[in-house]
Write a protein that binds this ligand. Structure first.
Ligand code: NAP
Ligand code: GCO
Length: 270
């Protein structure tokens, strides 16, 4: 009898992936995992210095990557970059909308311009980049779009109103792309990382003057059943799964990779 499953379903051999904002951090870890699974890596970042930094890190990791300078909020620039990638490398099979920022500020102290800027980068840009890659995916009859959401796609907390609004919107954009283009064999899913140790969360983990751990650091450790911060490499397997044929009937799903934090109410104070 024919086997029901083959490990080759997780292979990305010969696929071309675009990971936005992937000079370091989560984007870099996902792109490296894709390369390890056989994909050809293209990535962008906001300036040449970061792209060069990324290219040297990929080279150090034994990955041949193609780097492009492009601000993900620049629709004309993104359209041109996607065309350049298609001309230089080939059509994009996998898009990871990873680029993003956070600005922590009590809502009443946040300027509306800062709110708008964060929404532009964390929500409007994934719309822009998805629009740029979808026509070719639809024409070729397949495509994978993975949006990097967040626990803040589900929960709020003080000082992250703009970020939670953006990531909540990104969750629903993910579901809508899945709904609108599923019949064209496009799978659009999200990954919702928990608290991951990257430059973005470094302020939450800074050691205190007395050498003790940051109170937020201690809070996250207590709130996470895995009792640790995640590392970017924790996202590699889930990201490869959602980019591979193994997930061809998974659509509109947000896969939380959070050590269990969203499932856990927390321990009774002693
Ligand atoms: P990060 O360390 O700040 O890296 C984000 C990357 O995106 C950086 O290379 C950044 O470049 C780039 N970027 C920012 N704005 C851009 C723009 N307009 N155009 C192009 N590139 C841009 O963040 P991370 O922790 O790796 O997070 C990556 C993604 O995961 C983000 O969407 C974040 O919201 C999400 N996430 C992170 C965590 C976490 O705990 N770390 C958890 C859940 C979700 P610059 O260096 O110039 O900023
Ligand atoms: C914060 C953190 C979080 C994480 C992540 C959690 O300030 O609460 O930055 O937002 O980055 O999004 O999933």
């Amino acid at each position: 009898m024919e086997k029901a499953f083959s490990i080759s379903q997780f292979s990305l051999e010969g696929k071309i992936a675009l990971v936005t904002g992937a000079s370091y951090g989560i984007g870099f870890a996902i792109a490296k995992a894709y390369a390890d699974a056989g994909a050809i890596i293209t990535f962008n970042d906001i300036n040449q210095e970061l792209v060069d930094k990324g290219l040297s890190l990929y080279k150090e990791a034994g990955v041949k990557a193609y780097g492009y300078v492009c601000d993900v909020t620049d629709e004309v620039g993104i359209q041109a970059m996607v065309k350049q990638i298609e001309d230089e490398v080939g059509p994009i099979d996998i898009l990871v909308n990873n680029a993003g920022i956070i600005k922590r500020s009590p809502m009443l102290e946040m300027k509306t311009s800062d709110f708008r800027k964060l929404i532009d980068i964390d929500l409007t840009a994934p719309f822009i980049v998805a629009k740029a890659v979808l026509p070719s995916m639809i024409e070729r009859g397949h495509g994978k779009i993975i949006n990097i959401c967040s626990m803040m796609s589900e929960l709020g907390r003080e000082t992250v109103a703009a970020y939670a609004a953006a990531k909540g919107g990104l969750k629903m954009l993910t579901k809508n792309i899945a709904s609108e283009y599923g019949s064209a064999n496009i799978q659009c899913n999200g990954i919702g990382p928990g608290y991951i140790a990257t430059p973005q969360t470094a302020p939450l983990r800074e050691l205190q003057a007395d050498g003790t751990r940051h109170p937020f650091d201690q809070f996250i450790i207590a709130k996470t059943p895995a009792a640790r911060w995640g590392v970017p490499e924790d996202l590699a397997g889930p990201a490869v799964f959602l980019a591979s044929e193994a997930s061809n009937f998974v659509n509109g799903h947000i896969l939380y990779v959070d050590g269990g934090i969203l499932a856990y109410i927390g321990k009774q104070p002693e």
